[in-house]
Design a binder for this molecule. Sequence first.
Ligand code: AMP
Ligand code: MG
Length: 287
Amino acid sequence: MDIKDYRVTGGAKVNLESFSTRADKSIEKDDIRNKLMPQNIEKMAELQEKLYAENQHALLIVLQAMDAAGKDGVIRHVMSGLNPQGTQVVSFKVPSSEENDHDYLWRINKALPRRGEIGIFNRSHYEDVLVTRVHDLVKTSQIPPELVTDSIWDTRYRQIRDFEKYLTENGTKVIKIFLHVSKEEQRQRLLDRINEPDKNWKFSSGDIQERRHWNQYMSAYEQMLENTGTKDAPWFVVPADNKWFARYLVSEIVLEALREIDPRIPELPESEKAKLEECRRILQEDA
Ligand code: AMP
Ligand code: MG
Protein backbone atom coordinates (compact mmCIF):
# COMPACT_ATOMS: atom_id res chain seq x y z
CA MET A 1 0.00 0.00 0.00
CA ASP A 2 1.29 3.44 -0.90
CA ILE A 3 -0.13 6.41 0.99
CA LYS A 4 0.69 8.63 -1.99
CA ASP A 5 -2.30 7.08 -3.77
CA TYR A 6 -4.56 8.83 -1.27
CA ARG A 7 -2.73 12.15 -1.10
CA VAL A 8 -3.99 15.47 -2.48
CA THR A 9 -1.39 18.20 -2.83
CA GLY A 10 -3.33 20.73 -4.87
CA GLY A 11 -3.07 22.09 -8.36
CA ALA A 12 -5.59 19.69 -9.89
CA LYS A 13 -9.34 19.28 -9.98
CA VAL A 14 -10.71 16.85 -7.41
CA ASN A 15 -13.69 14.65 -8.12
CA LEU A 16 -14.61 12.69 -5.00
CA GLU A 17 -16.48 10.13 -7.05
CA SER A 18 -13.18 8.98 -8.42
CA PHE A 19 -11.90 8.29 -4.89
CA SER A 20 -12.96 4.93 -3.48
CA THR A 21 -14.77 4.72 -0.15
CA ARG A 22 -13.89 1.03 0.19
CA ALA A 23 -10.86 -0.89 1.41
CA ASP A 24 -7.96 -1.78 -0.84
CA LYS A 25 -8.75 -5.43 -1.64
CA SER A 26 -5.13 -6.53 -1.66
CA ILE A 27 -4.93 -6.15 2.10
CA GLU A 28 -6.34 -8.77 4.47
CA LYS A 29 -8.40 -7.62 7.42
CA ASP A 30 -6.91 -10.27 9.71
CA ASP A 31 -3.40 -9.29 8.72
CA ILE A 32 -4.13 -5.71 9.68
CA ARG A 33 -5.80 -6.65 12.97
CA ASN A 34 -3.23 -9.16 14.14
CA LYS A 35 0.00 -7.89 12.71
CA LEU A 36 0.17 -4.64 10.75
CA MET A 37 -1.83 -2.40 13.08
CA PRO A 38 -0.10 -3.50 16.31
CA GLN A 39 3.26 -3.03 14.55
CA ASN A 40 2.35 0.48 13.48
CA ILE A 41 1.15 1.42 16.92
CA GLU A 42 4.44 0.29 18.40
CA LYS A 43 6.45 2.25 15.83
CA MET A 44 4.34 5.36 16.41
CA ALA A 45 4.94 5.11 20.15
CA GLU A 46 8.71 4.94 19.60
CA LEU A 47 8.72 7.99 17.37
CA GLN A 48 6.39 9.88 19.70
CA GLU A 49 8.80 9.36 22.56
CA LYS A 50 11.58 10.88 20.48
CA LEU A 51 9.38 13.78 19.41
CA TYR A 52 8.58 14.49 23.04
CA ALA A 53 12.19 14.19 24.18
CA GLU A 54 13.45 16.40 21.37
CA ASN A 55 10.81 19.05 22.18
CA GLN A 56 11.24 20.98 18.93
CA HIS A 57 8.72 19.81 16.36
CA ALA A 58 4.97 19.33 16.72
CA LEU A 59 2.59 17.27 14.61
CA LEU A 60 -0.93 18.47 13.92
CA ILE A 61 -3.41 15.95 12.53
CA VAL A 62 -6.64 17.46 11.21
CA LEU A 63 -9.63 15.12 10.91
CA GLN A 64 -12.64 16.07 8.83
CA ALA A 65 -15.58 13.98 7.72
CA MET A 66 -19.31 13.71 7.34
CA ASP A 67 -21.22 12.46 10.41
CA ALA A 68 -20.70 8.79 11.33
CA ALA A 69 -17.63 8.46 9.12
CA GLY A 70 -15.60 7.16 12.06
CA LYS A 71 -13.56 10.07 13.37
CA ASP A 72 -13.90 9.02 17.00
CA GLY A 73 -12.91 5.43 16.23
CA VAL A 74 -9.86 6.55 14.28
CA ILE A 75 -8.75 8.72 17.18
CA ARG A 76 -9.30 5.91 19.70
CA HIS A 77 -7.50 3.24 17.70
CA VAL A 78 -4.65 5.20 16.24
CA MET A 79 -3.81 6.94 19.49
CA SER A 80 -4.23 3.83 21.64
CA GLY A 81 -0.51 3.14 21.93
CA LEU A 82 0.64 6.72 22.40
CA ASN A 83 1.63 8.36 25.65
CA PRO A 84 -1.25 10.63 26.76
CA GLN A 85 1.38 13.04 28.05
CA GLY A 86 2.39 14.41 24.70
CA THR A 87 -0.91 13.93 22.90
CA GLN A 88 -3.94 16.16 22.86
CA VAL A 89 -7.27 15.85 21.11
CA VAL A 90 -9.42 18.94 20.58
CA SER A 91 -12.99 18.76 19.25
CA PHE A 92 -14.45 21.81 17.56
CA LYS A 93 -18.18 22.34 17.94
CA VAL A 94 -20.54 25.11 16.88
CA PRO A 95 -18.60 28.25 17.90
CA SER A 96 -19.49 29.81 21.27
CA SER A 97 -20.45 33.47 21.48
CA GLU A 98 -16.94 34.26 22.69
CA GLU A 99 -15.49 32.42 19.69
CA ASN A 100 -17.84 34.28 17.36
CA ASP A 101 -16.47 37.54 18.76
CA HIS A 102 -13.15 36.64 17.10
CA ASP A 103 -11.86 35.61 13.69
CA TYR A 104 -12.27 31.91 12.84
CA LEU A 105 -8.64 31.00 13.44
CA TRP A 106 -8.63 32.39 16.99
CA ARG A 107 -9.89 29.22 18.64
CA ILE A 108 -7.69 27.14 16.36
CA ASN A 109 -4.56 29.00 17.42
CA LYS A 110 -5.33 28.47 21.08
CA ALA A 111 -5.65 24.73 20.54
CA LEU A 112 -2.42 24.08 18.62
CA PRO A 113 -0.08 21.39 19.93
CA ARG A 114 3.07 22.49 21.75
CA ARG A 115 6.52 21.52 20.58
CA GLY A 116 7.06 17.82 21.28
CA GLU A 117 3.34 17.07 21.07
CA ILE A 118 0.96 15.38 18.68
CA GLY A 119 -2.29 17.32 18.39
CA ILE A 120 -5.44 15.93 16.82
CA PHE A 121 -8.23 18.17 15.68
CA ASN A 122 -11.63 16.47 15.59
CA ARG A 123 -13.10 18.98 13.10
CA SER A 124 -11.16 22.17 12.65
CA HIS A 125 -10.87 25.52 10.85
CA TYR A 126 -12.10 23.61 7.79
CA GLU A 127 -15.63 23.74 9.21
CA ASP A 128 -15.44 27.41 8.27
CA VAL A 129 -15.30 26.47 4.57
CA LEU A 130 -17.64 23.45 4.92
CA VAL A 131 -20.70 23.77 7.18
CA THR A 132 -20.32 27.56 7.03
CA ARG A 133 -20.29 27.45 3.24
CA VAL A 134 -23.08 24.90 2.80
CA HIS A 135 -25.38 26.94 5.06
CA ASP A 136 -23.97 30.32 4.08
CA LEU A 137 -23.43 31.14 7.76
CA VAL A 138 -21.16 34.08 6.96
CA LYS A 139 -24.28 36.05 5.99
CA THR A 140 -25.60 35.93 9.55
CA SER A 141 -22.22 36.17 11.29
CA GLN A 142 -20.59 39.20 12.90
CA ILE A 143 -18.13 39.58 10.03
CA PRO A 144 -18.46 43.11 8.61
CA PRO A 145 -20.87 42.79 5.66
CA GLU A 146 -18.52 44.58 3.27
CA LEU A 147 -16.08 41.68 3.76
CA VAL A 148 -18.65 39.05 2.85
CA THR A 149 -18.13 39.07 -0.90
CA ASP A 150 -18.47 36.38 -3.56
CA SER A 151 -14.77 35.66 -3.23
CA ILE A 152 -14.90 34.97 0.51
CA TRP A 153 -14.26 31.22 0.07
CA ASP A 154 -11.23 31.78 -2.15
CA THR A 155 -10.02 34.29 0.40
CA ARG A 156 -10.41 31.74 3.19
CA TYR A 157 -8.62 29.01 1.23
CA ARG A 158 -5.73 31.40 0.78
CA GLN A 159 -5.79 32.35 4.47
CA ILE A 160 -5.75 28.69 5.47
CA ARG A 161 -2.87 27.88 3.10
CA ASP A 162 -0.93 30.82 4.53
CA PHE A 163 -1.75 29.84 8.11
CA GLU A 164 -0.62 26.25 7.60
CA LYS A 165 2.52 27.37 5.77
CA TYR A 166 3.31 29.60 8.72
CA LEU A 167 2.88 26.67 11.10
CA THR A 168 5.10 24.47 8.93
CA GLU A 169 7.78 27.14 8.78
CA ASN A 170 7.73 27.33 12.56
CA GLY A 171 8.12 23.64 13.31
CA THR A 172 4.57 22.26 13.30
CA LYS A 173 3.96 19.66 10.64
CA VAL A 174 0.37 19.66 9.41
CA ILE A 175 -1.41 16.67 7.86
CA LYS A 176 -5.09 16.59 7.03
CA ILE A 177 -7.31 13.56 6.77
CA PHE A 178 -10.71 13.39 5.13
CA LEU A 179 -12.56 10.20 6.05
CA HIS A 180 -14.42 9.46 2.85
CA VAL A 181 -17.60 7.53 3.64
CA SER A 182 -20.32 6.68 1.12
CA LYS A 183 -23.85 7.99 1.50
CA GLU A 184 -25.16 4.43 1.81
CA GLU A 185 -22.68 3.48 4.52
CA GLN A 186 -23.59 6.64 6.45
CA ARG A 187 -27.27 5.64 6.17
CA GLN A 188 -26.48 2.22 7.68
CA ARG A 189 -24.44 3.67 10.50
CA LEU A 190 -27.05 6.29 11.39
CA LEU A 191 -29.69 3.54 11.40
CA ASP A 192 -27.48 1.49 13.74
CA ARG A 193 -27.30 4.47 16.06
CA ILE A 194 -31.08 4.52 16.20
CA ASN A 195 -31.60 0.76 16.38
CA GLU A 196 -28.98 -0.04 19.01
CA PRO A 197 -29.82 1.51 22.40
CA ASP A 198 -26.11 1.62 23.35
CA LYS A 199 -25.48 3.83 20.35
CA ASN A 200 -28.47 6.16 20.77
CA TRP A 201 -26.29 8.75 22.51
CA LYS A 202 -24.25 9.15 19.33
CA PHE A 203 -27.29 10.00 17.27
CA SER A 204 -28.33 13.56 16.63
CA SER A 205 -31.39 14.46 14.60
CA GLY A 206 -29.23 17.24 13.14
CA ASP A 207 -27.27 14.52 11.31
CA ILE A 208 -30.36 13.85 9.18
CA GLN A 209 -30.60 17.55 8.33
CA GLU A 210 -26.95 17.65 7.24
CA ARG A 211 -27.39 14.46 5.22
CA ARG A 212 -29.99 16.26 3.11
CA HIS A 213 -27.18 18.55 1.95
CA TRP A 214 -24.91 15.65 0.97
CA ASN A 215 -24.17 16.88 -2.55
CA GLN A 216 -23.44 20.41 -1.40
CA TYR A 217 -21.06 19.00 1.21
CA MET A 218 -19.28 16.85 -1.38
CA SER A 219 -18.84 19.90 -3.57
CA ALA A 220 -17.53 21.97 -0.63
CA TYR A 221 -15.12 19.13 0.25
CA GLU A 222 -13.88 18.91 -3.33
CA GLN A 223 -13.14 22.62 -3.46
CA MET A 224 -11.50 22.49 -0.05
CA LEU A 225 -9.27 19.61 -1.20
CA GLU A 226 -8.35 21.36 -4.44
CA ASN A 227 -7.52 24.65 -2.80
CA THR A 228 -5.93 23.71 0.49
CA GLY A 229 -4.05 20.50 -0.30
CA THR A 230 -0.39 21.51 -0.53
CA LYS A 231 2.93 19.73 -0.69
CA ASP A 232 3.80 20.73 2.87
CA ALA A 233 0.31 20.31 4.33
CA PRO A 234 -1.33 17.62 2.20
CA TRP A 235 -4.82 16.17 2.43
CA PHE A 236 -5.36 12.42 2.47
CA VAL A 237 -8.67 11.06 1.21
CA VAL A 238 -9.09 7.93 3.32
CA PRO A 239 -11.71 5.35 2.22
CA ALA A 240 -13.88 5.03 5.32
CA ASP A 241 -16.59 2.45 4.57
CA ASN A 242 -14.45 -0.25 6.20
CA LYS A 243 -13.41 0.97 9.63
CA TRP A 244 -10.47 -1.42 10.01
CA PHE A 245 -8.99 -0.19 6.73
CA ALA A 246 -9.47 3.52 7.51
CA ARG A 247 -7.80 3.10 10.89
CA TYR A 248 -4.86 1.27 9.41
CA LEU A 249 -4.37 3.77 6.59
CA VAL A 250 -4.46 6.65 9.07
CA SER A 251 -1.81 4.89 11.16
CA GLU A 252 0.36 4.61 8.02
CA ILE A 253 -0.12 8.30 7.27
CA VAL A 254 0.71 9.39 10.83
CA LEU A 255 3.73 7.09 10.91
CA GLU A 256 5.06 8.51 7.66
CA ALA A 257 4.62 12.07 8.99
CA LEU A 258 6.55 11.19 12.14
CA ARG A 259 9.29 9.60 10.03
CA GLU A 260 9.54 12.75 7.95
CA ILE A 261 9.92 14.82 11.10
CA ASP A 262 12.65 12.34 12.09
CA PRO A 263 12.87 13.35 15.76
CA ARG A 264 16.03 12.49 17.71
CA ILE A 265 16.62 11.95 21.41
CA PRO A 266 18.73 14.97 22.36
CA GLU A 267 22.34 14.34 23.22
CA LEU A 268 23.76 16.15 26.21
CA PRO A 269 26.56 18.65 25.66
CA GLU A 270 29.99 17.54 26.94
CA SER A 271 29.76 19.82 29.99
CA GLU A 272 26.46 18.19 31.01
CA LYS A 273 27.86 14.70 30.44
CA ALA A 274 30.69 15.53 32.83
CA LYS A 275 28.08 16.54 35.42
CA LEU A 276 26.38 13.15 34.98
CA GLU A 277 29.68 11.44 35.83
CA GLU A 278 29.99 13.56 38.94
CA CYS A 279 26.38 12.75 39.97
CA ARG A 280 26.94 9.04 39.37
CA ARG A 281 29.94 9.11 41.68
CA ILE A 282 27.99 10.94 44.42
CA LEU A 283 25.11 8.42 44.24
CA GLN A 284 27.44 5.43 44.22
CA GLU A 285 29.29 6.65 47.30
CA ASP A 286 26.02 7.37 49.10
CA ALA A 287 25.10 3.67 49.55
P1 AMP B 1 -20.06 16.65 16.64
O1 AMP B 1 -18.70 16.59 16.04
O2 AMP B 1 -20.97 15.55 16.23
O3 AMP B 1 -20.02 16.86 18.12
O4 AMP B 1 -20.79 17.96 16.06
C1 AMP B 1 -20.22 19.21 16.11
C2 AMP B 1 -21.03 20.13 15.24
O5 AMP B 1 -20.45 21.42 15.29
C3 AMP B 1 -21.08 19.72 13.78
O6 AMP B 1 -22.39 19.72 13.32
C4 AMP B 1 -20.26 20.79 13.09
O7 AMP B 1 -20.67 21.06 11.80
C5 AMP B 1 -20.47 21.97 14.01
N1 AMP B 1 -19.42 22.98 13.86
C6 AMP B 1 -18.11 22.83 14.10
N2 AMP B 1 -17.43 23.95 13.77
C7 AMP B 1 -18.34 24.83 13.30
C8 AMP B 1 -18.27 26.15 12.79
N3 AMP B 1 -17.10 26.80 12.69
N4 AMP B 1 -19.42 26.74 12.40
C9 AMP B 1 -20.59 26.08 12.50
N5 AMP B 1 -20.73 24.84 12.98
C10 AMP B 1 -19.62 24.21 13.37
MG1 MG C 1 -22.21 14.13 15.50
